[in-house]
Design a protein around this ligand. Structure first.
Ligand SMILES: *[C@@H]1O[C@H](CO)[C@@H](O)[C@H](O)[C@H]1NC(C)=O
Ligand SMILES: *[C@@H]1O[C@H](CO)[C@@H](O)[C@H](O)[C@H]1NC(C)=O
Length: 292
């Protein structure tokens, strides 16, 4: 488990380092690793304080290049030819393509690809950013989520590393991070968005009603889905809806439809229609009978 230590630590640290940056921030190393490790589900390693920061800092390639205050190279350090010195250094791994952003309906199986060149003996890990969860490292699945697996392209010099998620659920939403365990970890993100078609919850919605003329009624429709569905009300026969004497509309938007001082003319079927851009749109028919 030796090298995993480091990979795990790098992943956790990167996950803690904030939204827009993946830099390892020394101050964070001692502070919050315990919680993060718990969140990973089973990875309760102790991360040696500061060891990673030290490695990262000491590994600056100081080959005589002088940087000015703003990071611009101002002197080449004598006679070292940049091209010849570079040739003796093994090339570092690099990402070759961006990770796709995908939007899928819940229930599908998907795979995200992380493409790398010059991986050498380094390893590729996948993690879920928002959950600070390490999903896979190299060929191994770390998470206990049984819907997750990892494969790689054997015929392609380990270039593509695929994270598979079966039966995608809403909770899988978020940023997926592919990371190479170079001294300063290299990281790439892809976003998975999971959509769910609307569903009207019958137990929380009105059913057919019989009311006295001139009374007020409130019809309710509750729908779930992702994104959150919008509810519209219409009359079955397309006639207009009398919200009140002075307020007559062709349709109404919102979870509840309130009709005041209902008249026998308001009698009929009302439809609540839930939509969120993910097909199919669903509706429920509520019959209103007026007793007069
Ligand atoms: C994925 O989405 C993010 C944020 O919306 C964006 O910055 C990035 O460029 C997208 N990646 C690709 C490959 O389109
Ligand atoms: C119905 O609603 C109207 C307007 O809000 C109110 O004035 C009236 O008293 C209500 N009638 C009943 C029976 O609750």
């Amino acid at each position: 488990m030796g090298p995993w230590y480091l990979i795990g630590a790098l992943l956790l640290l990167s996950a803690r380092a904030g939204d827009s940056t993946n830099k390892i921030i020394p101050q964070q190393i001692g502070s919050s690793h315990t919680n993060a490790a718990n969140g990973v589900g089973g990875m309760h390693h102790h991360i040696p304080k500061n060891s990673i920061a030290t490695n990262a800092v000491n590994n600056n390639n100081n080959k005589g290049t002088v940087l000015s205050g703003n990071g611009v190279i101002v002197a080449g350090g004598g006679s070292i030819s940049p091209s010849s010195s570079l040739n003796t250094i093994t090339e570092e791994p690099e990402f070759t393509e961006y990770i796709e952003n995908v939007t899928v309906p819940a229930g599908r199986n998907i795979k995200l690809a992380c493409s790398v060149k010059n991986l050498g003996s380094y390893k590729v890990a996948w993690m879920h950013f928002e959950q600070s969860a390490i999903l896979t490292v190299h060929n191994h699945v770390i998470t206990r989520n049984p819907r997750i697996s990892v494969t790689h392209d054997k015929h392609d010099r380990h270039r593509s590393w695929y994270l598979h998620i079966n039966n995608v659920q809403e909770e899988d939403k978020g940023r997926y991070m592919c990371q190479i365990n170079t001294v300063t970890a290299k990281t790439q993100f892809g976003y998975l968005n999971v959509v769910v078609p609307p569903n009207i919850d019958d137990s929380l919605s009105s059913s057919d009603v019989i009311v006295r003329e001139n009374s007020n009624i409130s019809l309710r429709c509750k729908a779930t889905g992702s994104p959150k569905p919008v509810i519209k009300w219409k009359r079955d026969d397309n006639s207009r809806i009398t919200i009140s004497k002075n307020h007559i509309v062709s349709e109404w938007e919102g979870d509840t439809l309130e009709l005041t001082r209902i008249s026998r003319l308001d009698m009929g079927a009302y439809l609540c229609i839930a939509s969120n851009g993910v097909p199919p749109t669903v509706s429920k028919r509520i019959k209103v009978s007026v007793d007069y």
